[in-house]
Design a protein around this ligand. Sequence first.
Ligand code: HEM
Length: 426
Amino acid sequence: MTTTFRSRITARIGRTYLSRIQKYGIGSSTVRLLPDDLLMMMRRDGLDPVDKLARTRAKRPVHKVSLPFGMDAWVVSGYEESKAVLGSADGFSTDFAHLATNAGVAAEQSPGGLGFNDPPVHTRLRRILTPEFTMRRLRRLTPRIDAIVEERLDAMAAARGPVDLVQEFALPIPSLTICELLGVPYEDRDDFQQLAMDRFDLFAGTTAPFGAMSESLAYFRDVVKAQRAKPGDGLLGMIVREHGDSVDDEELAGLADGVLTGGFETTASTIALGSLVLLQNADVLDRIRDDDAMTAPFVEEVLRYLSAVQIAFPRFARHDIEIGGVVIPQGDMVLCSLSGANRDAGYVTDDGRFDLDRIPSAGHLAFGHGIHRCVGAELARMELRTAYPALARRFPGMRLAVPPQDLAFRKLSIVYGIESLPVHLR
Ligand code: HEM
């Protein structure tokens, strides 16, 4: 299929979806209108996906859902079926930015970055970013991640009374790591942390993150300008030095914003929810504390079990395409439930249980699969592999400071999370 033809199709799909979204709005009232079959992907019962998702997956791993604006979408909750969708760049587009532009939405509203671009733009941008995420380059961050984690543990140890692990541990680790990665100037750190938090304050209303997104892009435009003039040692400085001519300032700001969007809330939620797994399983905490060899299996099982990113980027069928024996018509939107896929009984046995000794036959889908697979997966692993054992070693006797039923989890969000995690450290 030629690029022009693809563009025409994605543009048409985009215009249809976006004109309807514009007409009906994407406020909380629209969320309420969304069918339960769609919302079930974002609902949980504590750390577990709701039973309805498991029942649906068992009967119809590829399941059609009618949207309120008269359109169809597909919920894919099976492991193999999700892998097939995510792995088919020819079959599915994620080009939302392109769609937005074609639908006449202001360019500033386009998320940019990697997730909402198709090849060849995606391929070019990803090639620019990938070298910065190789283990060799990431290794330079190891001492900084160690120091960030130790600083947080020291600050927590000095506090009196219960400590909130979300505020004091889970949020600062990825936000400061991303500062280091990008090469954000030291004096900007407080502002940057605030920006990162505002960006994900979904409880402030559905339009708040859009305001924060423009602010974030504006902030990165300034950082990019400064890095062009005087490239630093971080990711942005490296890109300016090595690919300065092949990427413009807008694209670079979009990439930086994409790294913040992709790497902050996802990792923070996983650190917080994984800490809760430790709090709920004293035997697991002991093994993580005492045996370095358990760290990597713990992190992989946490990623699978929690699947904090509950849904992959929306895909749009480029042409009629068969997935799991079902034909998805051209133009329909497809949502892959990663939390559903990672608990598919066809993929893991005893799927509802956290099992440190589990050896799955294939990789989990917590980082996605295919051309959009998480570019920051190794960085996330580095953070998680540092944070959990350090926490378990420093505070082996930590325990919840509130009854488990008082823990407030996110009710409806693509990235699952917990509002606060108050603990007694000793
Ligand atoms: C536990 C932490 C994380 C989880 C669970 C996670 C999960 C994901 C998932 C599910 C996708 C989408 C895959 C798809 O739709 O096919 C993704 C994409 C992405 N992630 Fe992550 N992520 C994490 C951490 C990070 C970090 C630390 C960074 C960067 C600092 C990052 C940057 C990105 C980017 C830029 C993309 C878009 C890639 C593309 O479209 O080519 N993520 N991530």
